[in-house]
Structures are given as C-alpha cells and as structure tokens.
Design a protein around this ligand. Structure first.
Ligand code: FES
Length: 121
C-alpha cells in the first residue's frame, strides 16, 4: 500500500494563488490546476477550514475527489469519493476505509481574499 506523505507547510517551495475565496462553493470542493496536477480544494465552512488534496482517486484512478462529499469521522475531516464512497483523511491523506492507497494533501492558506495552495516544487 502506498503511504503518501502530506506536503507539510515547511516543505512548501511555491504558494500558488488559486482563486478568490468566493469562487469556491461552501462545504464542497472545486478543482484547480497547478502545472499538470489537478488539485481538489475544499471550503469546509462548517469547520472554518480549507483543505486541498490530489483530485485523483487512487481506487480506480478517476479525477473525481473535488466532487466528493466532505464530512468528519472521529474529528478527522474527510472526503468521500463520489464513485464508490471510499473515504480519505483531508489532513494526512490516509484511506479511512483502508481499501485504497493514500492521497497527497497540500497546505492551504487564505491571504488577501485569495486561496493559496502550497506545493513542494
Ligand atoms: S474511484 Fe474513488 S472510490 Fe472508486
């Protein structure tokens, strides 16, 4: 099983200015593109937090996670893939259903009304 490490803020080399905060739906995801990567960004207004992870679901390699439902499991923010409902932690990327490889998560910051996503390249 792939144990993908989350990109920690200290490892960030590039803060990518994605879009103004109001462009992102509340309590849902949207897809942005950085270089050739699709990244799902989640505006978790219920928790007043933002998260980002790869858009690719490792189960069947589908670009769908930005369309997944977000929620919480034992205090862990998570996203459920819209296709077969496997769930992933939005903080560590681990598969909470245990059936899939982990996903990569990215740090997010809000500055000047914009959403910025951190990348290590
Ligand atoms: S493609 Fe995501 S759970 Fe199957």
């Amino acid at each position: 099983m792939n144990t993908q490490e989350p990109i920690e803020e200290v490892a960030v080399k590039t803060w990518f200015k994605a879009a103004p905060t109001e462009k992102f739906p509340k309590n849902a995801g949207a897809c942005i593109k950085y270089k050739d990567q699709q990244v799902a960004v989640f505006n978790f207004t219920r928790e007043n937090k933002w998260f980002a992870c790869q858009n690719l679901c490792p189960h069947k390699m589908e670009m769908v996670l930005s369309r997944g439902m977000i929620g919480e499991e034992n205090g862990v923010p998570k996203v459920a893939c819209p296709l077969h409902k496997n769930t992933f932690s939005l903080t560590t990327g681990e598969s909470l259903t245990g059936a899939c490889d982990a996903i990569t998560t990215f740090p997010v910051k809000i500055e000047d009304g914009y959403v910025w996503v951190g990348f290590s390249d």
